[in-house]
Ligand binder design. Structure first.
Ligand SMILES: [Ca+2]
Ligand SMILES: [Ca+2]
Length: 202
């Protein structure tokens, strides 16, 4: 609908003899995720990989849009409802940010009004098999209610403090329970320390 409106405007401008440039905006580019896998979760592969996430797209290093909602992948790390990507057609670096993990970016994803399958377990977004790339765990500060407050894409002392605040909590889905077993404890702290000072992809 947006594309049609903009296109109609460009036609009208052409009829008026103006030289204004109007970009054609895609209203139908979407993405699904197959797969995004958190590191160091316990259990069999594909049975404990769910994560709350949002996507960000960058073009030429500049953030172009962020999906406005936080959604959850399935236990095998998929999200199969098409996610609208409100972008002008072109090549984008698309990142996934989760409630426990740094942003992981797939480079040079073409958006052209069709549906893209994003495979965050490969360096190439389009490879159709599950690879070995994982989401780096430990960014657990901030709130989880809106994308801009879901961590700060750094793993540092603030995240250690967030973990200590819930140390010994016995809840699988407690945010500092990075390995997603039954408890927040030293095993989760070990994961944070392994990734200490790491930053999300840009
Ligand atoms: Ca952090
Ligand atoms: Ca744990």
């Amino acid at each position: 609908m947006v594309a049609q409106t903009v296109f109609a405007d460009s036609v009208r401008l052409a009829q008026l003899g103006t030289t204004a440039t109007v970009q054609i905006i895609s209203s139908t580019s979407t993405a699904i995720i197959r797969w995004a896998v958190p590191e160091m979760r316990v259990g069999l592969p594909g049975t404990n990989d769910d994560a709350l996430f949002f996507l960000t797209a960058r073009s030429l290093g500049e953030a172009q849009f962020t999906t406005p909602i936080i959604a959850s992948t399935t236990i095998d790390g998929r999200y199969t409802t098409p996610i609208p990507l409100g972008a002008v057609d072109g090549l984008y670096d698309i990142g996934i940010k989760t409630h426990q993990h740094l942003t992981k970016v797939l480079r040079n994803v073409p958006l052209d009004g069709t549906e893209r399958v994003l495979n965050f377990t490969q360096q190439d977004y389009s490879v159709p098999v599950k690879g070995l790339e994982v989401l780096v765990a430990g960014d657990i500060n901030g709130l989880m209610t809106i994308p801009s407050q879901m961590g700060d894409d750094k793993i540092n002392a603030i995240d250690v403090t967030s973990l200590l605040a819930q140390f010994n909590v016995q809840e699988k889905y407690a945010r500092p329970n990075l390995n997603q077993d039954g408890k927040v404890n030293a095993l989760d702290m070990t994961i944070i320390l392994k990734n200490f000072n790491r930053l999300g992809d840009r």
